[in-house]
Design a protein around this ligand. Structure first.
Ligand SMILES: *Cc1c(COP(=O)(O)O)cnc(C)c1O
Length: 378
């Protein structure tokens, strides 16, 4: 089946008992057993597995061309669970423009447990190769990144680390692109991680995360950790993400259509110093982006010529673009990363330009969005 069909049907079928077309929200923590050691259909306790979460997990696996999926309470819970495969002394190479919360978890929390991290420019495979050490167990990529929308060639990185002696796992945070635009497992990645809070949920009404992979042994290891640590997604939240995913392809197409028109508008503004969009001709990795992504997505970043104050002024002057953190919902959002989502990178090598403005372009009528930006920039 094609992607649009899978988005609506994968992992889901009408309830065999009563025909309910939508997956029920199974608000149960435990399950009747037919005898000691004889659970029905494998369900024993909802931290381990719940039917609503299972439907979502199976759907995610198919959308990402994986063999299994695991759903978590948040993107960070998913990320943390991946890192729990490692032990003291292990090394991770991560992109130098990863999500602020990922940087905080790696740099401020997990270092305390003896893990070591190097943040490298992953857009340049050679730079990444230099960061690898004999202890490197994971290479963690985001592409496109948040908020600079840097693009890394997933195939090139997969190819390069294949020959490294201890074969580090390639993990791709696919939150910004979604499986509709880009499927890292098809390009050689071992694991895909998501914040389902963003485009997969799509309506800014739920927080969630996911890990998807192909390798069976890796899947068993991570399912064990999911159950042992317990950062699972609840049934109601799993239902909301399942529902959101049904419209993912049409939402992503509209996000990108609107974004392209906004890019064309911003390009002409004199108070915008730099424009960043993966499918724009000025983007340094535009060729890679066009090779591995279906469209340019709904995220746009730009730098105001007059720096921080101008960025703050614009972000506080829009009326339809809501000043808020997060992204990927049907409604348009605006933020200033240096002062908001990426505050934790202040003073580090990952600090972002204070004049940077990030747009999450929604699926409203683009004429309204353009008029809003025009008055804010004025
Ligand atoms: C939001 C986000 C995360 C973290 O996910 P939460 O659901 O907020 O915990 C991780 N990676 C990226 C790229 C994100 O945008």
């Amino acid at each position: 089946m094609k992607f649009e069909t899978l988005a609506i049907h994968a992992g889901q079928e009408p309830d065999p008992n009563n025909g309910a077309v939508m997956t029920p929200v199974y608000l149960t923590s435990t399950y009747k057993q037919d005898g000691i050691g004889k659970p029905r259909q494998g369900y024993e306790y909802s931290r381990t597995l719940n039917p609503t979460r299972k439907a979502l997990q199976d759907c995610l696996a198919e959308l990402e061309s994986g063999q299994w999926g695991l759903a978590f309470a948040s993107g960070m819970a998913a990320t943390d669970t991946v890192l729990r495969m490692l032990g003291s002394g292990d090394h991770v190479v991560a992109g130098n423009d990863v999500y602020g919360g990922t940087f905080r978890l790696f740099d401020k929390v997990l270092r305390r447990f003896g893990l070591d991290f190097t943040f490298a420019d992953t857009t340049d495979p050679e730079n990444l190769a230099e960061a690898l050490t004999p202890s490197t167990k994971i290479v963690w990529l985001e592409t496109p990144t948040n908020p600079l929308l840097a693009v890394t060639d997933i195939r090139a990185v997969a190819e390069m680390i294949k020959n490294h002696p201890n074969k580090p796992l390639l993990v791709v945070d696919n939150t910004f692109a979604t499986p509709y635009l880009q499927r890292p497992l098809e390009m050689g990645a071992d694991l895909v991680v998501h914040s389902m809070t963003k485009y997969l949920g799509g309506h800014s009404d739920v927080v969630g995360g996911a890990i998807i992979g192909k390798d069976k042994e890796l899947g068993e290891k991570l399912a064990y950790l999911q159950n042992a640590i317990g950062g699972i997604q609840g049934p109601m939240d799993s239902f909301l993400v399942l529902r959101g995913i049904k419209t993912l392809p049409i939402r992503m197409d509209r996000h990108a259509q609107n974004a392209e028109k906004i890019v064309a508008f911003l390009e002409k503004q004199k108070n915008v110093k730099r424009l960043i969009y993966p499918f724009h001709e000025s983007h340094p990795q535009v060729q890679v982006a066009k090779r591995q992504m279906l469209n340019g997505g709904g995220m746009i970043s730009f730098v105001m010529k007059d720096g921080r104050d101008a960025a703050v002024k614009v972000a506080e002057s829009t009326k339809i673009f809501t000043l808020a953190e997060s992204l990927g919902g049907v409604e348009s959002l605006i933020e200033v990363p240096a002062a908001m989502t990426h505050l934790s990178t202040q003073g580090s090598k990952l600090e972002v330009d204070p004049g940077l403005v990030r747009l999450s372009v929604g699926i409203e009528n683009v004429e309204d969005l353009l008029a809003d930006l025009e008055q804010a920039l004025r």
